[in-house]
Design a protein around this ligand. Sequence first.
Ligand code: GLU
Length: 481
Amino acid sequence: MNATPLKTRFAPSPTGLLHIGNVRTALYNYLWAHHGSGGFLLRIEDTDATRGEERYTEALMADLRWLGLAWDEGPVSGGSLGPYLQSQRSATYETFAARLIDAGLAYPCFCTEHELKLERKTQVAAGRPPRYSGKCRALSPQEVDARRARGVPATLRFHVADGRTVEFDDKVRGPQRFATNDIGDFVIRRSDGTPAFFFCNAVDDALMGVSLVIRGEDHLTNTPRQILLLEALSLRAPDYAHIPLVVGSDGAPLSKRTGSRSLAELRDAGYLPAAVNNYLARVGHSYDAQGLLSLDELARQFDLTRVHHSPARYDETQLLHWQREAVRAISTEALWRWVGADVSALVPARDRDAFIDAVRPNVTFPSDALHWARAVYADEVTLTHPAREVIETSGAGFFEHSLSAVGQLKALDFSALAAETASRSGAKGKALYQPLRAALTGELHGPEMAKLVPLIGADRLHRRLQRAVEAAAAKSRHVNG
Ligand code: GLU
């Protein structure tokens, strides 16, 4: 039993932009913390100075903020157990490494990459799993000193005692057992002095009071090593929950080709945070609720026992579904910010609410809103090929009837326009509505005409019908002449 208060964490290495897989890990940690009124901590694992970049740290924090995944403890927000950037915690790691050395549980290893590679090759060739032989453990203090004096670079290895079984109860996958004989002594400090992932990650989870680590199952085999380390340091190990990885649409690891995109790319493409959160919360986790949920509601209904055990496939059509749901749900004010300045510039202030009301069901991305703003407010509509065909087939007479119908209208009312046009031209059903839509919007499908017509306004309505008369007449002249 883990009696410590619930605290989860997200511990990214800032080596690139966040993508779907690690965003989902962050989300699950956030949801589980909020489900249990616990804390959510952010720790930046930037010990690998050659790869980590400050701009990625900034970017990932911006990404989390954009999604609404506020961290209670971590960089910027602070907390009493920091610093929360591993690059600022070297002294702590040194203290704990020294404890292991003093206890005889860690030793310098002078083996070169080349030697280690050769050793692994020999083991694999003999049908054994590759593990470090423990060669440098046998060095006498004099031999160690001599190598140091010669300046031979050394890593620090943790000694894993043979003959034990490490057991833990994974909160997603259930009971796990690992034989220490398969593990081998592993590196906890690189030869450049920086701490290795296994070590600082485990030490920090313990020192920062993390009670549950939710992470990708690619880390599952790291866990017994980390449990051994914490045990050797008399530090409390958190609980672990390893979640299946997100794979591409073809079942293979995510790649650009199979749909993996960075969160920044999704945001730039116009995806809304609610869409990403609702989609990712369901990638590998079942909810009973079918509709769009707020983050609070996603958290309330989140349950580790509902995390799937098989890899989750990334499916862009599902993401699109949640995007449409999110656009339906977003406040008008937020929607205006989202569609951007180009749309705002086209839509007159008096029409703002009516425009959004009209086009919202037909908008998935800001570019759609721009498209409909142009279709409504441009002096001339651009006719799509199918719209032009419908106009030509309907003939100039139909639009002449429609034009004179406009003259009779008391108000700009599409159903009255359609009814008047019908009584004059005799057209009904599709033959009535389709050409009117084609002439007035340039397309055969789109938002409700009853909502668009008042926005199009009398002048443009007139001009567009007139243009349809001309287009149809030109076509019949061409055919007949
Ligand atoms: N920095 C590690 C990573 O990004 C953290 C793994 C973990 O969650 O423990 O993979």
